[in-house]
Design a protein around this ligand. Structure first.
Ligand code: GLY
Length: 305
């Protein structure tokens, strides 16, 4: 804990990020760790420079959207027709304002687009499909959809996977970040390319307020995994409610993931609270995560603790 912050009445900031919960093979371990560590350090730097939690989670997620290791932004899975459709959600715990983007096909960083929607006065909180594409064009965040496709994913799509379970935990993962800043404000951000070969227009949990992410004045959470299960339980909001009822973020994460498992779902969740306490849990064999605690300690890994 930084005693100078306490003297000035400031909160000690903290942040935790995830890079998806799935059975990450050994040969992809290093790049996942590099990716989440880069993201968490980027977000933490913003927090120690008195930046907002909202800015920190957005920038942390941008790092992972720009990293083709993850199923977010460039390098995401292709849908059934062979192009990328991205979902993202960002939420400010202080105001409960959110920006949600679904099935956008022409934007490299949907989390930035979601933030632009959040900041827009008198606007909707969620835009999907053509509306999201048009918004990306309007605010200068659009790109050629082909720019989002990398050879690895083109090859995966061309080989096809008809007959395989497209929601298998072998799919690479969604990314997310939650943070608390020096003012004690919380924020959550989540971004994904969804599942491989998904139906056109399929939205998972990630852009849905309360499923893929949530932030209140008390806590913030971001989910990863089988989206339809997280939607059934409104998992991120459930996590916040558990913290508000007195559970630590770590206990809340465990309870949520056990409930997801009880309905045959799988995945992981990260949680932070106003006291800068961190929690994460996952039911898949691995989840890439990295955190920087209120004491400034960096922790990262992909295996269960
Ligand atoms: N959890 C990400 C998705 O299901 O799309």
């Amino acid at each position: 804990m930084n005693p100078k912050n306490a003297l000035q009445g400031l909160n000690n900031p903290a942040i935790i990020v995830h890079g998806g919960a799935w059975s990450i093979p050994d040969d992809l371990k290093a790049e996942h760790l590099v990716g989440v560590i880069n993201a968490v350090k980027t977000g933490y730097q913003i927090l120690v420079e008195h930046g907002s939690a909202l800015e920190a989670v957005e920038r942390a997620v941008v790092c992972m959207e720009e990293d083709p290791t993850f199923d977010a932004g460039i390098g995401s899975f292709l849908n059934e027709e062979g192009y990328v459709e991205l979902d993202a959600l960002i939420m400010d715990g202080n105001t409960l304002n959110a920006g949600a983007i679904g099935a956008v096909s022409n934007c490299r960083n949907p989390i930035i687009l979601a933030r632009r929607l959040l900041e827009k006065i008198n606007s909707p909180m969620m835009l999907v499909g053509r509306g999201a594409d048009k918004f990306a064009e309007k605010v200068g965040l659009s790109c050629d959809p082909k720019e989002l496709i990398i050879p690895r994913e083109q090859e995966r799509w061309e080989k096809g996977n008809v007959g395989k379970d497209i929601f298998s935990p072998n799919a690479k993962g969604t990314v997310g970040a939650v943070a608390v800043d020096m003012n004690g404000h919380l924020a959550s951000a989540t971004s994904t390319g969804g599942s491989p070969f998904k139906m056109i227009g399929r939205l998972g949990d990630s852009p849905l307020i309360g499923s893929g992410g949530y932030a209140s004045e008390v806590a913030a959470a971001s989910s990863t995994g089988h989206g339809e299960s997280f939607m059934k339980l409104n998992a991120a909001k459930l996590a916040i409610d558990l913290v508000e009822q007195g559970h630590t973020p770590q206990m809340a994460a465990k309870i949520v993931i056990e409930k997801i498992a009880s309905i045959n779902g799988y995945g992981g969740i990260i949680i932070i609270d106003k006291q800068s306490r961190l929690g994460f849990h996952f039911s898949t064999t691995r989840m890439a995560y990295a955190s920087i605690s209120k004491e400034g300690h960096l922790d990262s890994g992909i295996d269960p603790k």
